[in-house]
Write a new protein. Structure first.
Length: 559
């Protein structure tokens, strides 16, 4: 069951509903720009916006703020819709695009020109930066600021008709070049871009800026609570200014702190660099913090929603430890993932006193956390595989697993005792010979003797060959955005973020595992069938998360 944690935004919305504001309606929106894949930070916004709408019997719109044709693609639109649905949310018939409103936005721009609140400016973007001033110095008015309403209307219409080249003119709001808020110093409303749009084609060659289009799009859709991250707090006066000057429905903008996760980056620019420069294998690489990446890695939507609820909603920026996200994933998979046995680095074991042609099927528990999961049959035979690390020829004092002359239990099977070691010409151990005690099947020895270790194993005769990919954090540095002088964030990429193991041996129940299926490999971690590279008969498993619970250790250490 997902926890419910109160937050200040939920409190604001509850008070508005109780007071009858907006006739008691709650309409939120999730407004991504289709210029990249969604990441874990977006999940927080998705869960917040859709969650509030659900809680207060309202609606949440999915709107693509597609105002920049040079960076937007249909591929991103499709991936975003897939991600939102994967998280468990639906928008019904409330799918919108800012490009649907281009004509209305243009008409409103004309309205502002007629009010003397907007003008066409010929300054280049570099000149505008110089005129803009600084945080401590006031800006300087553009020499084109005093153009007449008639001239501005004519020039703006000609901009729309495509008479001017890119960058030669802009439409700017006429506000206050002396404002202490730089965003209010005559911001650009429209720029010229002779580029085809992924939805409108070549119909337009002028495109609205995000700050101009966003609030008006909210207004058109009847949004009541426009929830965004803290970097837009300084943009709120501009959001309010446009709506007030136009005299249209005015949603309430509320800001919250975005999600910052350790050992990764969530900047679209940096994620794009990781993809384009080949540090990862695409947007859906399981090392990426994109929703496509973590879905492919095997994270569950339930775990992500629970994580977003746990971290809460506040106004203060903070860094969330990756260990908490892994804890939430592990917590959910522990309840839902079937247990199986797999050997990733196989070492051959021959049971010398086991009959040559005999095989038997032993009962194995599917999931001890699920009383309805039942059992399965696991084959046992003369030749097995165990993990290489579960045997040492000359073990240290604290090593309790298999060693010469030592006895251990095989999970669900028998006690075995190492009698002999076989090595190759280079002295490498390639095989161990053991004996088994038939009286210990599935339990303890009748004579009461004990063993200190239980090992997982796979029958060689029945094993399924597979590839396993072991993932670690993408960056070695906790905050790769905080770079040292002379460094680039890519300098902190973890060279051990991916280890590929071939020749892994899996129990036969995994032969027909389907793409995306999740399992716990006993003693090794949680794994997912890769959705891209797995093929029938050649499964590839991604390790989703280890069994090691760092977050629990951290919390225990605080007590």
């Amino acid at each position: 069951m997902e926890i419910q944690v109160s937050n200040f935004i939920r409190s604001i919305v509850a008070e508005d509903v109780a007071a009858g504001k907006n006739n008691g309606k709650v309409i939120t929106r999730f407004p991504p720009e289709p210029n990249g894949y969604l990441h874990i930070g977006h999940a927080k916004s998705i869960c917040l916006n859709f969650g509030l709408a659900q809680e207060f019997n309202g609606h949440c719109n999915l709107r693509f703020d597609d105002t920049n044709p040079s960076k937007e693609e249909q591929e991103y639109v499709d991936s975003i819709m897939e991600d939102v649905r994967w998280l468990g949310f639906e928008w019904g018939d409330r799918l919108y695009y800012a490009s649907d409103y281009f004509e209305q936005l243009y008409e409103w721009a004309v309205q502002l020109i007629k009010k003397g609140k907007a003008y066409v400016c010929d300054l280049s973007f570099e000149e505008m930066r110089q005129y803009r001033g600084t945080l401590t110095e006031a800006g300087k008015e553009s020499p084109y600021r005093s153009r007449s309403v008639e001239e501005n209307l004519d020039l703006f219409e000609r901009m729309r008709k495509g008479e001017f080249p890119d960058g030669s003119k802009t439409l700017r709001a006429k506000i206050d070049m002396n404002s202490g808020n730089i965003n209010m110093r005559d911001p650009v409303m429209y720029r010229i871009k002779h580029e085809d749009h992924h939805r409108t084609g070549n119909k337009w060659c002028i495109y609205p800026m995000y700050d101009y289009a966003h609030g008006q799009s909210d207004s058109i859709e009847g949004v009541t609570h426009s929830i965004c991250t803290m970097e837009y707090e300084d943009h709120r006066p501009l959001y309010d200014w446009y709506l007030d000057e136009l005299g249209i429905h005015h949603p309430q903008q509320i800001e919250f702190a975005r999600l910052n996760l350790s050992h990764t980056v969530v900047s679209k620019r940096k994620l794009l660099r990781l993809v384009n420069e080949g540090y990862v294998k695409g947007w859906n690489d399981p090392r990426m913090p994109t929703l496509a990446g973590i879905r492919r890695r095997g994270y569950t939507p339930e775990a992500i929603r629970n994580f977003c609820e746990r971290i809460g909603v506040g106004k203060k920026e903070s860094l969330v430890d990756m260990a908490l996200l892994e804890f939430c994933v592990r917590e959910h998979l522990n309840k839902t993932a079937p247990r199986v046995m797999a050997v990733l680095r196989p070492l051959k074991v021959v049971i010398t006193n086991y009959p040559e042609d005999q095989e038997e099927y032993l009962d194995a528990i599917n999931n001890p956390e699920d009383p309805n999961a039942g059992t399965r049959k696991v084959p046992f035979s003369k030749i097995l595989y165990i993990e290489q690390e579960d045997f040492m020829e000359n073990p240290p004092k604290q090593f309790f697993r298999l060693a010469p002359g030592r006895e251990v239990r095989l999970r669900y099977a028998y006690f075995i005792k190492c009698e002999n070691v076989v090595k190759d010409d280079k002295g490498n151990i390639i095989e161990i010979h053991c004996t088994y005690d038939p009286a210990t099947r599935g339990g303890d020895a009748p004579d009461g003797r004990k063993v200190k270790a239980t090992l997982h194993w796979v029958s060689a005769k029945h094993a399924v060959d597979a590839e396993a990919r072991l993932y670690d954090t993408l960056f070695t540095k906790e905050e790769p955005d905080n770079i040292e002088e002379g460094k680039d964030f890519t300098d902190y990429i973890n060279p051990k973020s991916l280890e590929v193991l071939t020749g892994c041996k899996l129990e036969p129940s995994l032969k027909d595992a389907k793409s995306g299926d999740r399992f716990q490999f006993e003693r090794l971690g949680y794994f997912c069938v890769d959705t891209v590279d797995s093929t029938p008969g050649k499964p590839v498993f991604n390790r989703t998360v280890t069994l090691k619970d760092e977050w629990a250790k951290i919390q225990k250490g605080k007590k």
